[in-house]
Ligand binder design. Structure first.
Ligand code: DQA
Length: 165
């Protein structure tokens, strides 16, 4: 089983950008956590990041041809703007979990809109870096039970998790 973790713009700046919101740990640390969790789950994983919307679209398209079984997607700011990412997800029909490190539901109004959510099996926000690992668990369970969808989008509980300031 092959999973793909896709991170959008400015997530390469984790550890530097707004640590009070995104925590002090780096993007490399996130990829390390993802890689170790993949070993525990017995799956392959690639961690990809780009600051360019078109590159993210191409990566989602490539996932179709590479027969990726599930995508963990944090589109970052493109969450709130990108019909192109939504269309790419609709095109490839690969089970995808939307993840946000921060509690987007408690932030600015413009962060309450997610264009990609309607093409995702669920969404996790406000769990810090561990949210990515939860998303991987969901995708592995879906694949192992032969499901393509799961229950309605998750909401974060109020308790900050490790990796969140
Ligand atoms: C984010 C939330 C987005 O609103 C923001 O633009 C990001 C990161 C998060 O992980 O909390 O860059 O997706």
């Amino acid at each position: 089983m092959k999973l793909l973790v896709i991170n959008g713009p400015n997530l390469n700046m984790l550890g530097i950008r707004e640590p009070e919101i995104y925590g002090a740990e780096t993007y490399d640390h996130l990829c390390d956590m993802v890689a170790k969790h993949a070993v525990n789950l017995g799956v392959d994983v690639e961690c990809y990041q780009s600051n360019y919307e078109g590159d993210l679209v191409t990566k989602i398209q490539d996932a179709y041809f590479e027969k990726i079984d599930g995508i963990v997607l944090n589109p970052a700011a493109y969450t709130h703007t990108s019909v192109a990412l939504l269309d790419a997800l609709k095109a490839v029909q690969i089970p995808t979990v939307e993840v946000h490190i921060s509690q987007v539901d408690k932030r600015e109004d413009f962060r309450q809109i997610s264009y990609v959510r309607q093409a995702c099996v669920t969404a996790i926000w406000g769990h810090g870096f561990p949210g990515y690992l939860e998303a991987m668990d969901i995708l592995v369970n879906l694949a192992r039970t032969g499901q393509r969808t799961c229950a309605a989008a998750d909401s974060a509980d109020d308790a900050p998790k490790e990796g969140e300031a």
